[in-house]
Ligand binder design. Structure first.
Ligand SMILES: Cc1cc2nc3c(=O)[nH]c(=O)nc-3n(C[C@H](O)[C@H](O)[C@H](O)COP(=O)(O)OP(=O)(O)OC[C@H]3O[C@@H](n4cnc5c(N)ncnc54)[C@H](O)[C@@H]3O)c2cc1C
Length: 379
């Protein structure tokens, strides 16, 4: 079905993103996977092309383009080309809204030029060893010391945590007269801020993921992002876009998996015929193709809703869980139809399979997404 959400400027943008990723990312994917981290030069090159935090105003190095369709195009092209890493989704879709919408002019001027040039990698640290789904149980605490905050606690599973130059950490506030949480910006090099090991994941191997530790880190009052005590509400406000971003990747990955599986099923023979011509396989692929097409229409509708500001938390949650579950099913079918070759690292479907698994977990698990949808049903 023809997509209807894009204009000519989006199509041109897609073409340039695809060309850039094909030239600058695809040839290095294997090396980045082996290193467990993406080359910083690549990130600077992407930033020089205007692909990083382009929502920022021009005087801060961005393009002033606040249109989620451009974000979606980068996410989709990263999935279609098999580009390693989650950097674009992390910075453009998840962290930029915190840095642009919740910050003061002074904070934006301090951080955004570095973010848009690729010199500052910003990350978000909510999850902790003791809690992920239940953000209210965050134990990191920020204690007011009269003229600064003291931040103490541990974070885990932080995407780009090894490369991070600026960490937005959620912490419980300990200050007389203030209840709730706050978001604190910690710059690399701050005394008491250390990184743990690079976590050894089963997939998304080129993307570094890390533990971060804060031991009585001094945080200046001007590094508080948004209002003190409202950290949880601020996280909740931005999570729908994070979930849509994951859904966009999910559908694009499912489309890519379907494409390579169809090619394989047409060309691989067994018992004298292409494996795709057996009715069982043809039916499975027909079901997958139909479900992916349905998902595509729903995600596109959610992208439109994000653009006009009407995407609800429930719509984003439903979209995230349904598309990521579908992504995994379609990729698993694709791997099965590749037979033994599907289990071999040199086959794209194998990498897609191990990379897909986490989509049902991060950004809020499928179970938590169903809770969010369920709560809206008046049950
Ligand atoms: C590769 C990767 C990258 C990540 N990147 C980041 C990042 O950049 N920043 C960040 O802050 N976090 C990040 N995360 C953390 C991620 O968001 C959490 O792992 C996720 O939210 C789940 O939290 P948890 O791991 O603590 O699981 P838990 O919350 O302990 O959940 C364990 C299981 O219990 C289930 N469960 C929990 N509560 C309920 C309930 N009420 N009803 C039914 N079932 C329930 C869950 O669905 C899950 O199946 C990342 C994680 C991974 C793996």
């Amino acid at each position: 079905m023809r997509r209807t959400i894009f204009a000519a400027e989006h199509d041109d943008f897609r073409e340039s993103v695809r060309g850039f990723l094909t030239k600058e990312a695809v040839p290095h994917t294997e090396a980045w996977e082996a290193a467990g981290v993406i080359d910083r030069d690549f990130w600077r090159k992407a930033a020089a092309q205007g692909y990083v935090a382009f929502q920022a105003p021009e005087d801060l190095g961005g393009a002033g383009i606040d249109d989620f369709r451009f974000n979606a195009i980068i996410d989709e092209e990263a999935a279609y080309t098999g580009t390693a890493g989650d950097g674009f989704a992390l910075v453009n879709d998840i962290v930029a809204p915190y840095l642009l919408d919740l910050t003061t002019d002074e904070q934006r001027e301090r951080w955004m030029p570095g973010v848009t040039s690729g010199d500052i990698v910003p990350v978000i640290a909510m999850s902790e060893p003791g809690t992920g789904s239940d953000l209210r149980a965050i134990a990191s605490k920020a204690t007011w010391k009269g003229d600064h905050w003291s931040l103490t606690g541990s974070k885990t599973f932080v995407t780009s945590g090894i490369q991070a130059d600026l960490v937005i950490a959620a912490a419980r506030i300990e200050r007389e007269g203030v209840e709730g949480m706050g978001l604190f910006a910690v710059e690399a090099g701050a005394e008491g801020f250390t990184r743990g090991r690079k976590l050894d994941k089963i997939g998304r191997k080129a993307q570094d993921t890390a533990e971060l530790f804060f031991d009585d880190v001094t945080v200046a009052p001007e590094n508080l992002i948004g209002e003190q005590g409202r950290g949880l509400q601020l996280l909740m406000k931005n999570l729908p876009q994070e979930r849509l971003s994951i859904a966009v990747t999910a559908v694009a990955s499912a489309e890519r998996a379907l494409e390579i599986t169809l090619e394989y099923a047409r060309s691989r023979n067994a018992f004298g015929k292409p494996i795709g011509s057996f009715q069982a396989n043809r039916f499975s692929l027909a079901e997958a193709a139909t479900e992916v097409a349905v998902a595509r229409v729903y995600v596109d509708r959610c992208i439109e809703a994000a653009v006009d500001g009407s995407l609800t938390a429930e719509e984003a949650a439903g979209c995230k869980y349904w598309t990521t579950e579908l992504q995994f099913r379609v990729i698993d079918l694709g791997l099965q139809l590749h037979g033994g070759y599907g289990y071999m690292e040199e086959y794209e479907i194998a990498r897609m399979w191990r990379d897909a698994r986490v989509q049902r977990i991060y950004g809020g698990t499928t179970e938590i997404m169903k809770e969010i949808v369920g709560r809206s049903l008046g049950l």
